[in-house]
Design a protein around this ligand. Structure first.
Ligand SMILES: [Zn+2]
Ligand SMILES: [Zn+2]
Length: 150
């Protein structure tokens, strides 16, 4: 039994270090996603001189949001979020966990943050497994010798 789980004796502390590092990476990237700008369109697209200049041009190339009073080119792919009450460029979705939109600027950061979760969970599982193996060994040691060996 002890020989079978010998791998944990040598690598348990490294597993714990990797697990904690992954948590820190996840937490920092999650926090950066929360505080970053998801992609609010530039000030120049808000109703001002810009709208007067495009009035002469082909209006089918532009998209208008009446709530934000904004007019943007269609290739910018702007869509309005009802939760944030603002328009977002390349809106992916409104993340309820973060309480904000995932758009052009924080999309990569968001997916990086999410991709660390499975690895972190796997490391948690390994740490937990290692912990129970240690506990089991500890009990064995108490039963045999009547005292803790660790
Ligand atoms: Zn809008
Ligand atoms: Zn939103």
């Amino acid at each position: 039994m002890l020989i079978k789980y010998k791998i944990f004796d040598n690598n348990y502390k490294y597993i714990k270090i990797v697990q904690k590092t992954l948590f820190i990476i996840h937490f920092i990237s999650f926090f950066l996603t929360v505080i970053s700008n998801p992609g609010i369109p530039d000030r120049k697209y808000y109703y001002n001189k810009f709208i007067q200049t495009i009035a002469k041009e082909d209006k089918s190339k532009y998209k208008e949001c009446k709530i934000c009073n904004i007019i943007t080119p269609k290739e910018m792919n702007v869509s309005h979020c009802n939760n944030c009450d603002i328009c977002i460029v390349n809106k992916d979705h409104h993340c309820t966990c973060m309480g904000k939109c995932v758009g052009k600027n924080n999309c990569l950061l968001f997916y990086f943050s999410m991709s660390t979760i499975p690895f972190y969970t796997a490391m948690c599982f390994l740490t937990l497994l290692g912990h129970f193996i240690y506990l089991k060994d500890k009990e064995r040691q108490i039963n045999q010798f009547g005292e803790y060996k660790y």
